[in-house]
Design a protein around this ligand. Structure first.
Ligand SMILES: [Zn+2]
Ligand SMILES: [Zn+2]
Length: 244
């Protein structure tokens, strides 16, 4: 077989996999031009299909799928990915909107919740501040935890002491909610725990505290972090106990 006819055969083979417009050009161009071009045309290398990993020879440079079926799989995967991204963006927008609609009172509630949670975590292993019984004794419901964060000077009458750590202690729900806080017993327990001077300082404290929204956010985040740190210490302690 002559050399030129070998080239022609080679070209015919590749015309089959070329895009239509390119193929038309080859079909209509003179044999000399075609032969010249063919010397510089490298056949595409086979590659693995992105979907089924089968080796195939791409018809176009950026084709990554071996068949229409695999092509469809790729389109579906792309759409699913876009759908997920859209849903995530919507969730974030909703969250941002809720954040914008929050009032100072919402931030106050969040900060108080985190402060109270911290006090309960801090006092979990101590007795009830007013009666000395175990905190978990007779706790039926776990709403707001098994026991309360009881304020010595109540949040209602002394709101400036609502985030004061000496003014708040773990207290059984039955004592905090149904015994009017058991103020006299609370004071006895408090003197034992923090000393008379600290109790009297607390009783004399009338310094007003004003909390802006950024203050409340900072308080919320600070107590959330403090509770986490306590939980971490507890977990590490448990692991250590198990090992020894
Ligand atoms: Zn495939
Ligand atoms: Zn009690």
């Amino acid at each position: 077989m002559r050399h030129s006819s070998l080239i022609a055969q080679h070209i015919r083979k590749w015309i089959l996999v070329l895009p239509r417009r390119q193929a038309l050009f080859f079909e209509t161009a003179s044999p000399q031009v075609v032969a010249l071009l063919a010397m510089n045309t490298k056949p595409p290398n086979p590659k693995a299909c992105k979907v089924c990993k089968t080796k195939f020879t791409p018809a176009r440079p950026f084709q990554t799928w071996c068949s229409p079926e695999c092509g469809l799989e790729l389109v579906k995967a792309k759409q699913a990915k876009e759908g997920k991204a859209k849903a995530k963006a919507e969730r974030q927008a909703d969250k941002a909107k809720r954040e914008r609609l929050k009032t100072r009172s919402d931030y106050m509630k969040e900060a108080q919740r985190e402060f109270n949670r911290y006090i309960r975590a801090r006092d979990a292993d101590k007795p009830c501040i007013c009666c000395g019984q175990p905190l978990r004794l007779g706790s039926g419901s776990s709403i707001g935890g098994e026991f309360d964060c009881g304020h010595y000077r109540s949040v209602g009458s002394a709101p400036h002491l609502r985030f004061h750590e000496s003014n708040a202690h773990g207290q059984r729900k039955v004592c905090n909610r149904y015994g009017a806080g058991r103020a006299v017993d609370y004071r006895i327990g408090l003197v034992q725990r923090i000393g008379l001077d600290a109790v009297e300082a607390l009783e004399a404290d009338q310094t007003p505290r004003r909390y802006t929204i950024p203050d409340l956010i900072a308080i919320r985040d600070e107590y959330r972090a403090k509770t986490r740190a306590l939980d971490l210490v507890e977990t590490v302690g448990e692991t250590w106990k198990q090992q020894t």
